[in-house]
Design a protein around this ligand. Structure first.
Ligand code: AMP
Length: 262
C-alpha cells in the first residue's frame, strides 16, 4: 500500500484498539464483535506466534521467542514493522470492512504514537479504545486454568468453566487413570476435535507474573493517556462475557451505523 497515492488507502476506516491485561477476555470479546459487525481483527500476539511457527525468518523468530518467553514486550521497531505489513494485508483482503479491531496493539505510549502516525498516513481514524478492566487476582486465576487445543488455537478453554465439568480427562492407553503432563497437571481434551489441550508457554505461572508486571509498567500509562484524551471506554471485564459484549456494543454500534449479524 503506497502512501504516495493521492487517495489515502484506509480513508474513513475506523480502528478499535482493545486493551486488557493478559487473560482479561480480549480474545473472547474481539471474536464475537468481529463476527457480529464484520470487522476483521488484527491480533498482535497471534501474528507473532504465527511468524514463529512459520519459522521463515530465523532471526525474527529468535528475537520474538526471547521476549515472549520472558513476558516482555517485543521492541518497538519489530512491532511496527510486523503491524504495518500484516495490517495492510488484512485491510487489502477486506476492502469493504467499515472498521478493524486491534487486539494487543498499541500496548504502550510509544506504540500509540506510532499508530497515530500510521493512521494519518492511511487516513484511518483511531476510534474508541475499549479497555476491559479486570483485577490482577482474577487474571491470575484465569491464566492458571487456560488451555488451548493443540490442533486449533481458536478452541480456547478454561478448566474452571463449569461447562467443562462433564468432559473426561484423557485416559492413559492402558486405561489406568488420567493422563498428566510433566508437572503432574491433568491433561484435558478438546470437545470439538478430541485433541489434547495444552498450556501456552506464556500462561505458565512465572511468565504470567512477568507479563502482569510488564502490563502495569507499560500499559497503565497508556490507559491513563487515552482516558485523558477522552478516547477510553472503560468496561468492567469481570462481568459475565455477554454483559461485557452488550456494553461494548452500546458504545460502538452508533459509530458503525450497522446492524449486527445475529
Ligand atoms: P498476547 O497474545 O496478546 O497475550 O501476547 C503475547 C506476547 O506477545 C506478549 O506477552 C508480548 O511478549 C508479545 N506482544 C504482543 N503484542 C505486543 C505488542 N503490541 N508489543 C510488544 N509485544 C507484544
Amino acid at each position: 500500500m503506497s502512501t504516495s497515492e493521492t487517495a489515502k488507502p484506509l480513508e474513513g476506516k475506523l480502528l478499535f484498539p482493545f486493551i486488557a491485561p493478559p487473560n482479561g477476555g480480549k480474545g473472547t470479546q474481539t471474536q464475537i464483535l468481529s463476527q457480529r459487525y464484520q470487522m476483521p481483527t488484527f491480533d498482535m500476539g497471534a501474528t507473532f506466534r504465527a511468524i514463529m511457527k512459520e519459522g521463515k525468518d530465523p532471526q525474527m523468530k529468535a528475537e520474538l521467542e526471547s521476549f515472549m518467553s520472558n513476558g516482555k514486550l517485543v521492541p518497538i521497531e519489530t512491532v511496527v514493522k510486523v503491524f504495518k505489513k500484516n495490517f495492510e494485508e488484512l485491510a487489502l483482503q477486506n476492502p469493504h470492512a467499515k472498521g478493524f479491531i486491534l487486539d494487543g496493539f498499541p500496548r504502550n505510549k510509544e506504540q500509540a504514537n506510532a499508530l497515530s502516525q500510521l493512521c494519518r498516513e492511511w487516513g484511518a481514524e483511531l476510534s474508541k479504545v475499549i479497555y476491559l478492566n479486570v483485577s490482577m487476582e482474577v487474571v491470575k486465576s484465569r491464566a492458571i486454568g487456560r488451555r488451548f487445543c493443540s490442533q486449533n488455537a481458536r478452541h480456547v478453554y478454561n478448566i474452571h468453566d463449569p461447562r467443562l465439568a462433564p468432559k473426561q480427562a484423557k485416559q492413559e492407553a492402558d486405561g489406568s487413570g488420567v493422563a498428566s503432563d510433566a508437572q503432574g497437571r491433568e491433561i484435558w481434551i478438546c470437545n470439538i476435535d478430541g485433541a489434547d489441550l495444552i498450556i501456552r508457554p506464556d500462561d505458565e505461572p512465572q511468565t504470567v507474573e512477568k507479563r502482569l508486571a510488564e502490563y502495569s509498567r507499560e500499559t497503565d500509562p497508556l490507559i491513563a493517556y487515552f482516558r485523558e484524551q477522552g478516547q477510553l471506554t472503560e468496561i468492567n471485564g469481570e462481568q459475565a462475557p455477554d454483559q461485557v459484549t452488550q456494553q461494548i456494543e452500546s458504545d460502538i454500534q452508533p459509530l458503525l451505523t450497522l446492524s449486527p449479524t445475529p
